[in-house]
Ligand binder design. Structure first.
Ligand SMILES: Cc1cc2nc3c(=O)[nH]c(=O)nc-3n(C[C@H](O)[C@H](O)[C@H](O)COP(=O)(O)OP(=O)(O)OC[C@H]3O[C@@H](n4cnc5c(N)ncnc54)[C@H](O)[C@@H]3O)c2cc1C
Length: 434
């Protein structure tokens, strides 16, 4: 016996749950199917949950700007309580250093101006005044710790920075997916856990449903791939990869949690830093820790992996990130005990996501989130629900891309920007910066 739904959503991470919420609001009877035990246990749980507005392209900034307002209005957006509590947005502001690699933030500032996002340009004195604990020497280009000149400044000072006051992070990314699950359930959505999809079934030239490990079949005329770093495996099951110009793969990442230097209350005085000069991003973390992720500098090897079989231990990459951050934060020690997160990004060929239909009627995808789409989850949820609704009622999205109205920023967004058929976007940073 197979069960029938209007739509099956593969994955119950923050984006899969957000899509369920918006589709349920439109009246679709949805079921999210996830092989893990609870919502947000996939790459969402490893997310640094940074909410920042600076992206390399105006479209990237527009999405982040819209997404930001959803986090500010989280309780109203969800319309329900969660017995585990609701996540909190913590505003810190974000310092972004200028480097030749990010073209001294020329495009980023133009994109911020275009969206009316406020920022200050800071010279070295202004950086020091705002954040006295920062070492403002220039270290660019980024090096491996065993390079002979590692840790030696390459100039007296960084090439300047901007500070974007409206930026911060979410207290608990996994809980945010659970919040969205509860909101979706309140609108009639269902969730199945410990349920692994092993087959995408087709009938008469369109998607017909899924089969789970163990043989259970679930039928639906719509299937949405929101499988995070497993997205390419699901696309191969559906046989849609060949029809895509942009593809996805899983990239291994390490994030360090390091105690702040003595005498600094980093949760009060620290900030978000996007620091291309040392190849790291960082933010305050609970327990007066500093969380340090990688901005994927040229000198580091990119580890494309099988998402079901990769090294989950810290490696020399952890040490490299910690030592790079110690260049910037005066007095930061590199502990012997390595703490933090090892997880995966689902990376597209140009590090810009794919939010699209496929060549298989009824099969959609919200994938390739490239380490930077947590913040956009709720906008993506609504955008995907509208895309699906329009395509299912006959709209040819490939020829005439759906236009999506963003309710907070009052802008109309061309969803074709995220097409699987696009050429590689040359304006991308080709890194987690997006
Ligand atoms: C280390 C790290 C740091 C990040 N930092 C940030 C940040 O600071 N800011 C930001 O905006 N973004 C960040 N991101 C990106 C962001 O977290 C992701 O884009 C987002 O969480 C993806 O959500 P998702 O729902 O698409 O995928 P996931 O959360 O990965 O969910 C996919 C789900 O699909 C399920 N699944 C896969 N295959 C199957 C199958 N065959 N059957 C059933 N279920 C299946 C998995 O179990 C999983 O739960 C970061 C990501 C990582 C890894």
């Amino acid at each position: 016996m197979s069960k029938q739904y209007d739509a099956i959503i593969i994955g119950a991470g923050v984006i899969g749950a957000a899509i369920a919420f918006e589709m349920a609001k439109k009246g679709y009877q949805t079921v999210n199917v996830d092989k893990l035990a609870s919502a947000g246990y996939g790459s969402t749980s490893g997310s640094c949950a940074i909410i920042r507005l600076h992206y390399s392209t105006p479209d990237g900034v527009a999405m982040a700007r819209e997404g930001y307002y959803y986090w500010l209005n989280w309780a109203e957006h969800l319309e329900v309580e969660d017995e585990l509590g609701l996540v909190k947005y913590i505003n810190t502001g974000c310092l972004v250093t200028k480097t030749e690699l990010n073209k001294y933030l020329k495009n980023v500032m133009a994109s911020l101006d275009n969206l009316g996002v406020a920022y200050e340009e800071l010279d070295i004195d202004a950086i020091k005044k705002k954040f006295p604990f920062l070492d403002t020497h220039k270290y660019f280009p980024v090096k491996l710790p065993d390079a002979p000149d590692f840790g030696k400044p390459t100039a007296a000072a960084v090439d300047g920075a901007i500070f974007v006051p409206e930026s911060g992070y979410i207290s608990d990314p996994q809980l945010s997916a659970h919040n969205l699950q509860r909101a979706a359930e309140a609108k009639g959505a269902e969730f199945m856990f410990n349920a692994e999809v092993v087959e995408i079934r087709k009938k008469d030239g369109r998607v017909a449903g899924i089969t789970l490990k163990g043989g259970t079949r679930i039928d639906a005329p719509i299937v949405v791939n929101v499988a995070g770093p497993h997205s390419y495996i699901i696309n191969r099951m559906a046989g849609v990869e060949e029809g895509m110009n942009i593809k996805t793969r899983a990239l291994r990442q390490e994030v360090c949690h390091i105690p702040a230097p003595d005498g600094i209350d980093y949760q009060k005085d620290g900030t978000l830093i996007s620091d291309g000069d040392i190849g790291c991003y960082s933010r305050p973390e609970t327990g007066n820790h500093i969380l340090v992720g990688s901005e994927d500098p040229e000198c580091d090897k990119r580890e494309w992996v099988d998402p079901d079989n990769y090294n989950q231990n810290f490696t020399e990459q952890w040490l490299a990130q910690a030592m790079r951050e110690a260049q910037r934060i005066e007095g930061l020690g590199v502990p012997n005990q390595r703490q933090g997160v090892v997880d995966l990004y689902d990376v597209s060929d140009d590090w810009i996501p794919i939010y699209d239909k496929s060549d298989l009627p009824g099969f959609y995808m919200a994938i390739g989130t490239s380490g930077n789409q947590y913040k956009n989850a709720s906008v993506v949820g609504l955008m995907m629900a509208e895309l699906i609704e329009k395509v299912e009622t006959g709209h040819d999205h490939d020829k005439d891309p759906v236009q999506f109205y963003m309710k907070y920023t009052g802008r109309t967004f061309n969803v074709g920007f995220y097409s699987r058929l696009r050429e590689i976007n040359p304006d991308s940073s080709f890194s987690v910066i997006g």
